[in-house]
Every structure is written in structure tokens, then in C-alpha cells.
Design a binder for this molecule. Structure first.
Ligand code: G4P
Length: 529
């Protein structure tokens, strides 16, 4: 492959994820995006939160029962001259750790806001995570076919609460039953909405120019209102600035209704035109450019039982540089070992497929037989690892124990594997044989017990434990570390990867430790080092 071919493959990739509060319309938008991407013929079959088309494992059965989505799938489709990768993320806040890490694998995000509700709590949290990498954000204000808040107020709220400038690209004409369409500020055209066309791509009806007499004929009173609003808007709002957008400081804003399948294509036009292709990525040694010919990538998620027919675990890897080709030998950096990768998977809306080649920005699935961990880097031989794929300190803890004490070995094996997947965190205290499970959200606990039973035949229960938070501890000063360990051994544990962790019984005791041991780092996040 020539440099030029690789460059052009990189240039056409757009890899993004959707961030939103539950119920804002992420699933519906995903369906429509894929309808435009021509991946499926008819919208409404992507995830089947309620229809059940997506039930592929026992754990997914549990998801379905509860109407939540916790697994990540990846969809790839062509749009305009681009190849778009959309990474789906768990919708439920209890699985936010997975979502946070998925956000490390994308180059841009689509923020979806419910036009009636405005900026909601989970969106605020997810925006904080995107800020760690200044990820460019595109905004879609959804549900314009409902009674909504004043669009100017909505933009003000986004600017104030999320601290990002808004540049409206489209502007709504009416709302609710009176939603007529949008005016595209850059194209100077009004695109008319027709209700009841949610499952198909609507024929586009456009009126060029704001002073076109047809506008008055079609929109009546709304034509005058629109002209006034656009004059006002041009004076008062930010105009689109590509470099501000790429720096994560300004977001282009689109209005529409995902259910009515209107406006999603305008957003996709913006995404493919402006969102960045794969960018250089930081490692512990140097910046790695996507157009380097040597392959590299990192694992951001491990998922068990994607399919009950293949009881296996899949590591999701983001390709960062070079070309991946089937049958390639990869260097597993943490183990400092070359591994042959006979089969690699791609994921298309939940269907697995064998993959021949992949380029930067693509997500590929490796079979994991226990040697791959979240954060692992694969290269063509060079010894570096990508940074910025953290574990987050859990906030909830329980002691887990067996109902049947004979299955201790299976329990430990199951927990170790679930921890390695990132489904939950495991801590083993230094002074006893307890097994402590740490989670970011309560549902993770239920999932662990469920999966231990189904996958490992282990019947486990929880007991309360007095731990409020965890910190990974390390120090450049071995003497200080020794002293700290001697004094606090009863509160120390090893996590699933063997890292020393302080399990704080109260927030006050953590505070006290930080004051008493200034040479010890108490880290809230942990990265592979
Ligand atoms: P999520 O993945 O972000 O959680 O949201 P999802 O797409 O599942 O949408 C949540 C609800 O909002 C869905 O209703 C969906 O049909 C509806 N919705 C999404 N986009 C629009 C839109 O543009 N306009 C209107 N009016 N509704 C929209 P539901 O779960 O089927 O039923 P219900 O919650 O209305 O009872």
C-alpha cells in the first residue's frame, strides 16, 4: 500500500459516539443515521430496545428485560465521501465507565439534547469526559415535533452550563404540531418538514433564500417570524468557525426530530464535512501519526458473550496507525510478545463479520483468551503504549462470597475475568481472603452475580462492607511507601491487575491519609504504566 492510499483511507474516516441523557433520542438517531448510511433498508431495527431483535446473550436478555443497553456495538457506513464509524455506548449511567472509555476511542461526539428538557445531568458528566481530550462536539436538538423550550434559551443553557459556544447551522421554523422545518444558515435555504415520514428518507423540499415569495405561501405567518429571528440570530449568536470547533470550544447546532427523521441528514452533512479524521495520538514515548505505515492500536473495551453461539470474549481495538490486514502478526506491548491474529472481527449493528483489513479510526474485534486487558497497545514491534485510557475509582463496594464454598476457584476466575473486561473492579485485601467488588453504578453488582451464575456456574451473594472509595497508591519514594504500607496494611488491597489500592473506610480517613503521607500519590484514575 502506498503512503497516498493510506492517507486517503485515513482522510475519509469519521469515528464518533453519541453523548446524551437517557431518553433524549440516542437510539432513534442511531437508527436514522444508519438509514442514511444505507446500512439497513428500513429504520427501526438497530438495537430493538423493545423489539428484541438484538438479543444475543444471556446478559443481553437481562438488558432487554430492563430496557437498558449496556453493550457497545460499532456501526460502519458510507456517507457522502466518508466512511463513518459510530460507536454505540451504554445508555445507563450505571455503566458509565464503559462509556467514558469508549469516548477515548472516538475523534468527535454528537451531543443530543431533548428540546423540551434542555441540558440534563448525564450530558454534563459526559461532556466533562470529552473535555479531557478536547473532543469536537456537534449538537443535535431533538424532538422538535413536541412542545419545546424557546430555542434561544436552549442555546443559552448549552453555552452557560456546558461552557461551549453555540453556532446554529439550522434554525427551527415552529415546533410541536406546527413544526414546519428548518432554515439552513449556511446554505440560505429552508428545508420543509413533512410529518409521518419517520421510517423513510423524505423527498427533500427546499425553498432557496429568505426573501423567496414561496416562503410566505408555504409558511404563512412563520415566514415573517423566521426572517426576524434570523436577522436577530446573525447579530447575537456565534457563527461557525472550524478551528474553534476542532479545538472543542464551539459546537455547530442542528435542530430536528429523529422520530420524524428530519434534520439527521443535515447533522451528518456537518459531521462528514467538519469532524476531524483520525488524529495523531499520544503514547508514553511519542506522538503516533495515523498515516505512519506501521500498524498500531489500543483496546478500550472487552466484552463477553457477544453471541451465545460463540462463548467468547472480544477485545475492541481502535486502530490508530497503519493498515491492519488479516493474518497479521501483532506485538502485544504489555507482554512484550508477538502474537498471531488469525481472525479479526468487525461489527456491523451487532452482526459480526470477518474482517480483511482495517484503517485508523476503525474498530476491530480480537478474540481474547485471557491475555488482553483494557488499555493494551498492539504495534508492529515498537515498544510504546497509548495513554489516556483510564480506570476510574469505583464509588460502591460490596464483599462477595459463595453460597457453596466449594467453588472458590471458579468464583475467583470469574471475578478476575469480569474485572479484566472492565465490567467491574476487583480488590483483594492484603490481610485476608475477602473478595471486594467495586462498581461505579449499582446495576454492575447485579450483572456480576448474574454472569457468575450463568457463565461460571457460581452462586454468589453480597455482604455490605465499610469502604466508601478507593485510591490507587504509588510513590517515587520507596521509604515513604514502606512506612505507608506498614501503617495501613489492613486497608490495602490489590486490584485485578495487581496494583496496590487504598480502600478508604470513610472520606475523612482518606483525607487524613493524604495529609499524613504527602509523598504518596492517591490516584482517582489508573492507567497502564
Ligand atoms: P435514548 O436512546 O436516548 O434513551 O432515547 P430513544 O431513542 O430510545 O428515545 C426515547 C423516547 O423518545 C422514545 O420513545 C422515542 O420514540 C422518543 N423520541 C426520540 N426522538 C423523538 C423525536 O424526535 N420526537 C418525539 N416526539 N419523540 C422522540 P419510546 O421509548 O418509544 O416511548 P415513550 O418514551 O415515548 O413512552
Amino acid at each position: 500500500m502506498t503512503d497516498f492510499e493510506l492517507e486517503s483511507e485515513v482522510a475519509k474516516r469519521r469515528t464518533f459516539a453519541i453523548i446524551s441523557h437517557p431518553d433524549a433520542g440516542k437510539t432513534t438517531i442511531t437508527e436514522k443515521v444508519i438509514l442514511y448510511g444505507k446500512l439497513i433498508k428500513k429504520a427501526g431495527t438497530v438495537k430493538g430496545k423493545k423489539s428484541g431483535v438484538y438479543a444475543t446473550s444471556d446478559w443481553m436478555e437481562m438488558e432487554k428485560e430492563r430496557g437498558i443497553s449496556v453493550t457497545t456495538s460499532v456501526m460502519q457506513f458510507p456517507y457522502a465521501d466518508c466512511l463513518v464509524n459510530l460507536l454505540d455506548t451504554p445508555g445507563h449511567a450505571d455503566f458509565s465507565e464503559d462509556t467514558y472509555r469508549t469516548l477515548t476511542a472516538v475523534d468527535s461526539c454528537l451531543m443530543v439534547i431533548d428540546a423540551a428538557k434542555g441540558v440534563e445531568e448525564r450530558t454534563v458528566k459526559l461532556m466533562e469526559v470529552t473535555r479531557l481530550r478536547d473532543t469536537p462536539i456537534i449538537t443535535f436538538i431533538n424532538k422538535m415535533d413536541r412542545d419545546i423550550r424557546d430555542p434561544i434559551d436552549l442555546l443559552d443553557e448549552v453555552e452557560r452550563v456546558l461552557n461551549i459556544a453555540c453556532a446554529p447551522i439550522t434554525w427551527p421554523v415552529g415546533s410541536g404540531k406546527e413544526f414546519k422545518g428548518v432554515y439552513h444558515l449556511l446554505r440560505d435555504e429552508t428545508i420543509l418538514y413533512q410529518s409521518g415520514q419517520g421510517h423513510t428518507i423524505q423527498p427533500i423540499r427546499v425553498i432557496k433564500g429568505l426573501n423567496n415569495p414561496e416562503l410566505k405561501i408555504r409558511l404563512g405567518y412563520y415566514a415573517d417570524e423566521l426572517r426576524e429571528q434570523i436577522t436577530l440570530l446573525k447579530g447575537a449568536s456565534h457563527s461557525f468557525d472550524l478551528s474553534e470547533f476542532l479545538a472543542g470550544r464551539l459546537t455547530p447546532v442542528f435542530f430536528g426530530t429523529a422520530l420524524g427523521n428530519f434534520g439527521v441528514d443535515h447533522m451528518l452533512d456537518g459531521l462528514t464535512a467538519w469532524a476531524p479524521p483520525p488524529q495523531p495520538r499520544k503514547t508514553n514515548k511519542r506522538l503516533v501519526s495515523p498515516i505512519e505505515s506501521a500498524f498500531s492500536g489500543f483496546v478500550f473495551k472487552i466484552q463477553a458473550n457477544m453471541d451465545p453461539k460463540h462463548r467468547d470474549r472480544i477485545a475492541f481495538m481502535r486502530v490508530c496507525s497503519g493498515r491492519f490486514a488479516k493474518g497479521m502478526k501483532l506485538h502485544h506491548v504489555r507482554l512484550n510478545k508477538d502474537v498471531l491474529v488469525p481472525q479479526v472481527l468487525s461489527f456491523m449493528a451487532g452482526e459480526r463479520d470477518h474482517l480483511e483489513e482495517a484503517y485508523p479510526g476503525d474498530i476491530i474485534g480480537l478474540h481474547n483468551h485471557g491475555t488482553i486487558q483494557i488499555g493494551d497497545t498492539f504495534t508492529c514491534g515498537e515498544q510504546f503504549h497509548f495513554v489516556g485510557i483510564p480506570n476510574f475509582a469505583p464509588e460502591l463496594f460490596q464483599r462477595i462470597r459463595l453460597r457453596d464454598p466449594l467453588k472458590q476457584k471458579q468464583l475467583l476466575k470469574g471475578l478476575m475475568q469480569l474485572a479484566e473486561e472492565g465490567a467491574v473492579q476487583l480488590f483483594r485485601p492484603e490481610q485476608n481472603n475477602d473478595l471486594i467488588v467495586g462498581a461505579v453504578g449499582v446495576l454492575q453488582f447485579d450483572m456480576v452475580v448474574h454472569r457468575l451464575m450463568v457463565e461460571y456456574g457460581v452462586d454468589a451473594i453480597y455482604e455490605p462492607v465499610k469502604i466508601v472509595t478507593a485510591r490507587w497508591v504509588y510513590s517515587e519514594n520507596p521509604r515513604a511507601m514502606q512506612q505507608f504500607i506498614q501503617k495501613n496494611n489492613s486497608a490495602l488491597a490489590l486490584d485485578g491487575n495487581g496494583n496496590l489500592t487504598y480502600l478508604a473506610p470513610t472520606q475523612a480517613s482518606l483525607q487524613l491519609m493524604i495529609e499524613r503521607f504527602p509523598d504518596i500519590h492517591f490516584a482517582k484514575t489508573r492507567e497502564q504504566r
